[in-house]
Design a protein around this ligand. Structure first.
Ligand SMILES: [Zn+2]
Length: 122
């Protein structure tokens, strides 16, 4: 036990907020802004998972970046959609193992993203 005590002070809490600073548009949305955004996207998606089309409750759904921020996606609503928990987990796992945007997810459009005459990203 005495050894443990001497090791203990060396363990410092890491402030993860400082590890990967991302500023501006590509910053991860959090807090109340995220709650509002999730609700808005959920309403736009008519309470359906955008991949399997299953009806999901707001609290059982997940706001997801179709193209993850780490792969160059942004926080525009044209890149955000509602997923059910199983679809989101599977998509995240594929992205993590392949290290690139998920091909399966890219087969599905973001609802309402084509309301600009087919031009995405405006
Ligand atoms: Zn789903």
């Amino acid at each position: 036990m005495s050894k443990l005590k001497t090791l203990q002070p060396r363990l410092k809490a890491i402030d993860t907020r400082r590890l990967k600073p991302v500023y501006g548009e590509d910053r991860r949305v959090s807090g109340s802004a995220r709650v509002g955004l999730k609700r808005r996207v959920y309403v736009r998606d008519l309470g359906h998972c955008c991949m399997c089309d299953r009806v999901v409750d707001l609290c059982d759904s997940e706001l997801d970046h179709r193209i993850a921020l780490q792969f160059g996606g942004n926080n525009a609503e044209a890149n955000l959609w509602t997923l059910c928990i199983p679809c989101h987990a599977a998509k995240s796992a594929r992205e993590a193992s392949e290290g690139r945007p998920d091909d399966e997810a890219l087969k599905y459009p973001v609802p309402g993203a084509y309301d600009n005459g087919g031009i995405v990203g405006i």
